[in-house]
Unconditional design. Structure first.
Length: 185
């Protein structure tokens, strides 16, 4: 049965998420998380898109993504296909890696954009078997790149913090501090 074509609107952020089939483990080791982040980097060089927030969890991932030139389907197909190929080879896995096609929800406005980024960044904190009290200690999310102490030259090329930070007043340091404070409420 053919899938329904996804709607894609130019100039809109989307919440993209996907989960491993049977809710099994998608990222076993640090190398797996790193490989996925490298795929995001490589794919961003091939296709014009930016991510404003991400969080890679043990059995799923969240991306807040923006593309002004290309629908999300080819981008996500590339990302998921490359990770599935890596995972299947490394762990001798067969069959579909992901539970279903990736989910995509359009972000309605600027408030929705920053609210989604908070949801993504706090995902490790709000998990059932939570061992993370704050998002700063979870290393597989973009949250640390929003901390005022993180230099701009450490931000991955696929990550664009500007749309989120531009919702706050001040210089870059002040915007980051205001975003972090806003996320706490």
């Amino acid at each position: 049965m053919a899938y329904e074509k996804r709607n894609w609107e130019l100039g809109r952020h989307y919440h993209i998420f996907n989960r491993k089939s049977r809710r099994d483990t998608l990222f076993y080791k640090d190398d797996d998380f790193i490989f996925f982040l490298n795929i995001l980097h490589a794919t961003s060089l091939k296709y014009p898109f930016k991510i404003s927030a991400y969080c890679l969890m043990k059995n799923h991932y969240h991306l807040q993504i923006f593309s002004n030139h290309l629908p999300l389907s080819p981008i996500m197909e590339q990302i998921n296909k490359l990770y599935a190929r890596y995972f299947n080879h490394k762990y001798n896995h067969s069959g579909p890696l992901f539970e279903d096609r990736f989910k995509s929800i359009p972000v309605k406005d600027n408030h929705g954009m920053i609210t989604l980024s908070r949801y993504i960044h706090y995902n490790p904190v709000h998990q059932k078997n939570n061992r993370y009290r704050t998002p700063e200690v979870y290393k597989w999310s973009s949250y640390t790149f929003y901390l005022p102490s993180t230099p701009a030259n450490e931000i991955p090329t696929f990550l664009d913090t500007t749309p989120i930070l531009n919702q706050f007043q001040g210089n870059e340091y002040e915007k980051k501090a205001r975003y972090i404070d806003w996320c706490k409420y």
